[in-house]
Design a protein around this ligand. Structure first.
Ligand code: SF4
Ligand code: ZN
Length: 328
């Protein structure tokens, strides 16, 4: 018999989320699934969270039990938006049995739902059916998919992240999602392995512009060092430093559209950080900006006086690119 503890999702929490010009109450769920079938990204530890060797009805029942736990614990009238993550892709049939989609749609009918997936699992027919089951007329676009594009630069995505898909794969998936009447949210990763702070900033500025042509929502994740990852291996040997919060601010300030950003681990050595002194206020300010889209707040934070600002400026101009050979 499976214990009750095993049948909870990996995590569930309530929060707030900006959607267009509205501020919505949100529910974020991380379902434990069969796990990411790609499982090769250099910075990712989520992929370790999975049911090993489980498939078919047994897997479906695990997921059903988690969904039942969520609907039991959280009253439906307390939130308008549901964000679904798994340890990979919600729309991967090997990871989440397709029968589960209908049950999720029924449970969250009338909500605005965003579910994360790799681009290869964006299927127009599946999306149309799922969106149709979710839709009760409350929202223009009840379903959106969130895709971890990470960067619009194929070389960085390939070499620094090992993501296994191209920008063209992303744009094609976005087109399929849109054709099915669904929206697209792009997740970007700020400062993966093997790029300097300056290269990473330039990469994000460019990626935000590129992604905004195909996605209605953009969220930027400043990289954190998760346990049991290749990124951690390099970080422990002094070959990686998480991004500066100054850099995060400069990117948000430059962006042509609103970019959401929740600096996880902000101010800590494994997360995006400055010197430690100015970090708490900046992290708080970035979270506020994510919700209120007040660009003046970002500008004001960039004016904060702290000694480490000079260090950041020095790093931006003086750090040299990683000498990775192009051939073997
Ligand atoms: S980042 Fe996403 S695609 Fe990459 S290994 Fe992790 S779960 Fe899989
Ligand atoms: Zn500082």
């Amino acid at each position: 018999m499976i214990s009750e503890v095993l049948e909870k999702p990996l995590a569930v929490w309530r929060g707030k989320e900006r959607y267009g010009s509205e501020l919505l109450e949100s529910l974020t769920i991380i379902f434990k699934s069969a796990g990411c079938t790609w499982s090769k990204c250099r910075m990712c530890s989520y992929r370790h969270e999975r049911y090993h060797g489980t498939s078919g009805l047994e897997l479906l029942n695990h997921l059903r039990a988690q969904l039942a736990w969520v609907t039991r614990e959280f009253r439906a009238d307390e939130y308008q938006m549901v964000k679904i993550f798994t340890s990979g892709s919600f729309f991967d049939p090997a990871e989440v049995p397709p029968a589960f989609l209908a049950e999720v749609a029924a449970a969250f009918r009338g909500k605005l739902l965003i579910a994360e997936t790799r681009p290869e699992f964006v299927d127009e027919e599946v999306f149309s059916t799922f969106a149709g089951a979710l839709d009760d007329g409350s929202w223009k676009t009840p379903l959106s998919c969130a895709i971890g594009l990470e960067t619009s630069n194929d070389v960085i995505r390939e070499r620094s992240i090992n993501k296994g898909f191209t920008f063209a794969d992303f744009t094609a998936a976005a087109a399929r999602a849109h054709a099915a009447g669904a929206g697209v949210k792009a997740y970007l990763l700020f400062k993966p392995l093997f790029v300097t702070e300056g290269e990473a900033v330039a990469d994000m500025k460019r990626s935000i512009r590129d992604a905004s042509l195909h996605a209605e929502m953009i969220s930027m994740n400043p990289c954190t060092v998760q346990k049991n990852t290749e990124l951690e291996y390099y970080w422990k040997r002094g070959a990686y430093r998480p991004p500066y919060l100054w850099s995060v601010l400069s990117i948000l300030e430059d962006a042509p559209c609103h970019v959401m950003c929740d600096p996880l681990g902000g101010g800590q050595k494994r997360g995006p950080h400055n010197c430690g002194t100015c970090d708490p206020d900046i992290v708080k300010g970035i979270r506020e900006y994510s919700l209120n889209a007040d660009r003046e707040l970002v500008r004001a934070l960039l004016e904060v006086q702290c000694e480490c600002r000079k260090e950041w400026e020095f790093v931006l101009t003086e750090e040299k690119p990683y000498g990775m050979p192009l051939t073997r």
